[in-house]
Design a protein around this ligand. Structure first.
Ligand SMILES: Cc1cc2nc3c(=O)[nH]c(=O)nc-3n(C[C@H](O)[C@H](O)[C@H](O)COP(=O)(O)OP(=O)(O)OC[C@H]3O[C@@H](n4cnc5c(N)ncnc54)[C@H](O)[C@@H]3O)c2cc1C
Ligand SMILES: *[C@@H]1O[C@H](CO)[C@@H](O)[C@H](O)[C@H]1NC(C)=O
Ligand SMILES: *[C@@H]1O[C@H](CO)[C@@H](O)[C@H](O)[C@H]1NC(C)=O
Ligand SMILES: *[C@@H]1O[C@H](CO)[C@@H](O)[C@H](O)[C@H]1NC(C)=O
Ligand SMILES: *[C@@H]1O[C@H](CO)[C@@H](O)[C@H](O)[C@H]1NC(C)=O
Ligand SMILES: *[C@@H]1O[C@H](CO)[C@@H](O)[C@H](O)[C@H]1NC(C)=O
Ligand SMILES: *[C@@H]1O[C@H](CO)[C@@H](O)[C@H](O)[C@H]1NC(C)=O
Length: 473
């Protein structure tokens, strides 16, 4: 008898079957074919080859990460086009990779794929007279900051990175190479800025750069607070809403501290200005009498190595971490609700050792840069976020991951109640993977983004990373 439940299960099984890609070639055959196709200087090998771990970029997170059978490291743009066409013709899924920092669990659906490692695309050209910077598709922010500071320029503070894009060369889902800008393929230009990974592989990107604020010098103030003061800490955060200076970012990490025997909020206040001014600006926090205060004068290229007592830099460069990541956008500081969350965290972590690796992070950026551009200007969905709140369940033992996953989900629901929005909204690059397209891209943008998908990625090859659906909602 086919009851409703088995019909549903069958239906799901069928969808899974349709979704599963049947490669028409073996991994050995792929290596053979791609080696013959690609230009000299390209690398192609089985992922089981001992050289693979050395020559190919590994991932930041091992939890729900993609699995690869073949690694291809193209030398030229035309090689990237060849891999895309080959993979498409043979039904082999692939992922272009840069830094390997994408951690959404949606990537776990990608199995037995080809890794297209963009490691050969790392050129950086800075034109100080024209105020532009042109970079290869795998360049990371850390690869450019030293050079920018050296010539008195900067890249942040003036909107999102995508707001400062001037043009990009992109290999699309049809294998074509397009030069995309406001005047060339303007439809894709909209989608590229905020959702670009859904439409192709960017090989070269040209950005606008700006004179460095405060000559690239920054003051970083770290301060550690006792948990008992957490309510006052959030009140202080709230006092900046609506008038946070554009030079100030407010960060917090809340974790279990063995010495204290409890959780504690640790703040980092990053101010693009002189020390005396910074100390005045963060007075509401210092007035709370933190347990410890540390003041560093640093520069734009190095501040992450001193912020949060070095934790920002330490976490950023680590590899192969197991963690359950959750993030949500807060549009207000609901002190009462956040205190509830902190108390829930306190009681959960105090009672359960397996949860002690859970870290909450608070990122309260100035809105000035985001608000320089209207929300309709690009696919970037949310410009009025007061706090990016992350719940990261780190663990050295993969067996503990489900526990941290449940904890994170529960905490996210609790926080959502005071987010200022009826539905869960998440910055697409911070998403866990279970939020869904409306949450990553906003309902208002989806029809346009789905339509672009059908034009520039008609075979839906770029569908692994918190994807835009092909069918409009
Ligand atoms: C510790 C940590 C901190 C982070 N902090 C921030 C932050 O402050 N702000 C922020 O915005 N993000 C942040 N992220 C998220 C990160 O920036 C994004 O996940 C970003 O996509 C990572 O790019 P990648 O090249 O390193 O990742 P990968 O995992 O290599 O790629 C991620 C996705 O981008 C696609 N992709 C990569 N390169 C290209 C290309 N050239 N063209 C087209 N598609 C491409 C890949 O195919 C994949 O779908 C953080 C991540 C971590 C792990
Ligand atoms: C591993 O890759 C290297 C470099 O491409 C190649 O020379 C070697 O033959 C490969 N080894 C195996 C066992 O395939
Ligand atoms: C860019 O930064 C990464 C990570 O720090 C590093 O591995 C890579 O070599 C850098 N690229 C260049 C061209 O310096
Ligand atoms: C792509 O277009 C931009 C803007 O029109 C232009 O500056 C750039 O030189 C073009 N690149 C190529 C390779 O044609
Ligand atoms: C957080 O702050 C509130 C006061 O605002 C306090 O009642 C609560 O006990 C604090 N939580 C913890 C875990 O110390
Ligand atoms: C934990 O608290 C102690 C004592 O207050 C402090 O010295 C130490 O740096 C804290 N540890 C971490 C990892 O923050
Ligand atoms: C923290 O949690 C423990 C264990 O549940 C509890 O005994 C303690 O009272 C909590 N502290 C606060 C301030 O709520």
């Amino acid at each position: 008898m086919v009851n409703l439940r088995s019909a549903l299960v069958l239906g799901i099984a069928q969808i899974c079957h349709l979704g599963a890609v049947q490669a028409t070639v073996s991994p050995q055959r792929m290596v053979h074919d791609l080696q013959a196709l690609l230009s000299a200087g390209s690398e192609v090998m089985l992922a089981s080859n001992a050289s693979y771990a050395q020559d190919f970029t590994s991932r930041f997170s091992e939890s729900h990460s993609p699995s690869f059978v073949v690694g291809a490291k193209p030398k030229k743009v035309s090689d990237i086009q060849k891999v895309v066409r080959y993979a498409s013709q043979n039904n082999v899924p692939f992922l272009a990779t840069g830094g390997g920092h994408g951690y959404t669990w949606s990537l776990g659906q990608l199995q037995n794929a080809i890794q297209i490692d963009l490691g050969n695309f790392q050129t950086v050209e800075i034109d100080t007279a024209a105020n532009t910077m042109t970079v290869g598709g795998a360049v990371r922010i850390g690869n450019v900051t030293h050079d920018l500071v050296a010539v008195g320029k900067e890249f942040r503070m003036y909107g999102t990175a995508s707001d400062n894009l001037l043009s990009a060369e992109v290999v699309t889902g049809t294998g074509e190479l397009l030069n995309v800008s406001a005047t060339s393929h303007p439809d894709l230009w909209y989608g590229l800025r905020g959702a670009g990974f859904n439409y192709g592989i960017a090989t070269r990107l040209k950005y606008r750069i700006h004179p460095a604020t405060n000559k690239g010098k920054v003051t970083v103030i770290n301060a550690m607070f006792p948990a008992a003061l957490n309510g006052s800490v959030w009140e202080a955060c709230n006092s900046y809403v609506g008038h946070q200076p554009k030079e100030l970012s407010i960060l917090f990490a809340i974790r279990f501290n063995e010495t204290l025997g409890g959780i504690s909020p640790v703040g980092a206040f990053i101010y693009f200005g002189p020390k005396e001014e910074a100390l005045k600006v963060v007075k509401p926090f210092l007035d709370l009498k933190p347990l410890y205060v540390e003041v560093h004068e640093s520069n734009y290229a190095e501040f992450s190595s001193v912020a949060l007592y070095q934790d920002v830099a330490d976490i950023g460069s680590r590899k192969a971490i197991d963690f359950a990541p959750f993030t949500l956008n807060l549009y207000k500081v609901d002190v009462k609700n956040i205190v509830n969350v902190i108390n829930y965290m306190n009681s959960s972590l105090t009672r359960n050792n397996d949860l002690k690796g859970a870290t909450l992070s608070w990122a309260q950026y100035p809105l000035d840069g985001f608000l320089r551009y209207p929300v309709q200007s690009s696919a970037f969905a949310y410009r009025d976020v007061i706090v990016y709140f992350s719940i990261d369940g780190f663990t050295p033992e993969i067996a503990k991951l489900p526990l941290l996953d449940d904890f994170g989900k529960g905490l996210r629901s609790l926080l959502q109640l005071g987010s200022g929005r009826p539905d869960l909204e998440t910055y697409v690059h911070f998403g866990h993977g279970d939020e869904g397209p409306r949450s990553w891209y906003s309902a208002a943008k989806l029809p346009r983004l789905s339509a672009l998908k059908r034009v520039y990625d008609p075979h839906n090859l770029f569908r692994w990373y918190n994807p835009v659906p092909t069918i409009g909602h």
